[in-house]
Design a protein around this ligand. Sequence first.
Ligand SMILES: Cc1cc2nc3c(=O)[nH]c(=O)nc-3n(C[C@H](O)[C@H](O)[C@H](O)COP(=O)(O)OP(=O)(O)OC[C@H]3O[C@@H](n4cnc5c(N)ncnc54)[C@H](O)[C@@H]3O)c2cc1C
Length: 363
Amino acid sequence: MSTSITDPHGDLLDDLCRDLRSNAGKWESVSHWPGESLKRCGDAGVFRWFVQKEQHGFGWSDREQIEGYLRLAEADLVTTFVITQYMGAIRRIAASENQYVAERWLDRLMNGELFATVGISHLTTSRRHLKDPVLKAVEDHEGYRLVGMSPWVTGGAHADLLVVGATLQDGRQVLVAVPGDSEGLRAQPGCELVALSASCTDQVFFDQVRVDRSMVLGGPTENVLSTGVGARPGGLQTSTLAVGLSMAAAKYLEGEAVARSDLAEPAATLRGEITSLRDRLLSASDGQMAVDASQIRAEANRLVLRSTQAALMAAKGAGFVQGHPAGRWCQQALFFLVWSCPQPISHAHLCELTNVTPSLDLG
Ligand SMILES: Cc1cc2nc3c(=O)[nH]c(=O)nc-3n(C[C@H](O)[C@H](O)[C@H](O)COP(=O)(O)OP(=O)(O)OC[C@H]3O[C@@H](n4cnc5c(N)ncnc54)[C@H](O)[C@@H]3O)c2cc1C
């Protein structure tokens, strides 16, 4: 058992990142769930970074959490992405007023003994154009019955607990915790994706799944995801992972530049840009300045695409061979075009790619 990492600056985090980096190439397909790296993170106390001290977490500040996530994402994006969904579940449990769920689940989730995930995108960025909600909650005398499916759930088939959102007939929403072995719950094993297939992301089906009132984390209310601290959608986390991946690409370019003088200026310029966006992310997390999270997201998306492709160009054909990190990073960078991407940002990107002047300028 390794010693816990209680701040983002010491040698222990360097050791963890070295271990994660050395395994990162292994997480290729749905049959490569990164359980080993998740265990390493659990043993190092990573899952306690995001929870307040009163709930037996380490109570890291927003800035420290971003510093931690930057390092993890630079080392291994697959494991780090899985952790964000896991922490999404943990933070929503911790932020809810439901003591029953917190007392029974939180500690075992934080020490890595159990795994949890979230299925909430159908309330935010997925299937929003459809008239009928994809996951419905029907109230009964014990609580709710869930009927339908959650379209995107990372590690659903590996989850001991799923935090999912569902919509009632009157349009209000509930957020509930559902054990993975509930009768009528069927988690698909994961579909092969352009990247991050090993996150085992897939649909989860709910066939009249009973949810006792004691498992309700929020609602019924309108916009249930906007309630509860520490659990706000559209935060800086997605941008943080994009900058972390850019850092990996920049480090590679710097390594190549040692023997190739023509790469020195591109490597230095890229590093400068990453440092500047990283600083803005950290300032935003401190609330030090009025920073537009959407603008940071748009810049992080552009940066991660450019930096990973710059690494591939430096790696040349060798980087295009399956298994080379530069090729893997390019594929992973595409993920940021679709992951929790708010509609105005994806629209602005689309306009940029098609050379159309966007109606809304995101910088
Ligand atoms: C690898 C991965 C892991 C993820 N993990 C999780 C997770 O653990 N938990 C979670 O909650 N979410 C997760 N998500 C979901 C993610 O955050 C987004 O919600 C998701 O990428 C949105 O894509 P969508 O295809 O569902 O969007 P949709 O908006 O549903 O688009 C799907 C299709 O519908 C059509 N369409 C879209 N808009 C319109 C329109 N206005 N009119 C007509 N047709 C339209 C298009 O043909 C489009 O291809 C994950 C996503 C990915 C890719």
